[in-house]
Design a protein. Sequence first.
Length: 188
Amino acid sequence: MAVQLSKGERFNISQAAPDLKKMAIALGWQLTEAGQNYEIDVSGFMLGSDGKVPNEKYFIFYNNLVSCDNSVLQFIPDQNNPNKENKTIYGVILKRVNPEIEEMTFAVTIHEADRIKGNFSNIKNAFIKIVNLDTGNELVRYELKENFSRETAVEFGRLYRKNGDWRFQAVGAGYQAGLQSFVDKYCS
């Protein structure tokens, strides 16, 4: 049974699953009727010790689906099935992650939110979860309970290394910004 986290809580993945080799990081949500026209973008940023992407190919999104070290792959399940729980999945092969990568953060943005007057109040049941791909067991889940009434971007969670262990933090930080603000923050 998966551990349920609240905003800000952390979970040591390496202790819970010491033999973990491959994981899926799945993000999902449901759109209210008012949000049906939203185009949602999910992005993963693989960061070095300086908190920056060391190479643009460590920015994983709709235009770059695989990291340059082949450790992270973004997959978008059938977009024609709006009832599908997982909207975007990142496959991670831990032994392939470049040693200079210390963190991966996952953000969701509403494309052209200003133009369409969109915000996260029309996105409900949002979550991020981590699944052991070898066993199929869900290890940890964070269901975002916050009321994001004006936010157009949310950082769901982050995977990071500490003392040789992989850990996960439920972030749930909302911003009145778009994808470009994350690019500006994390890309050199």
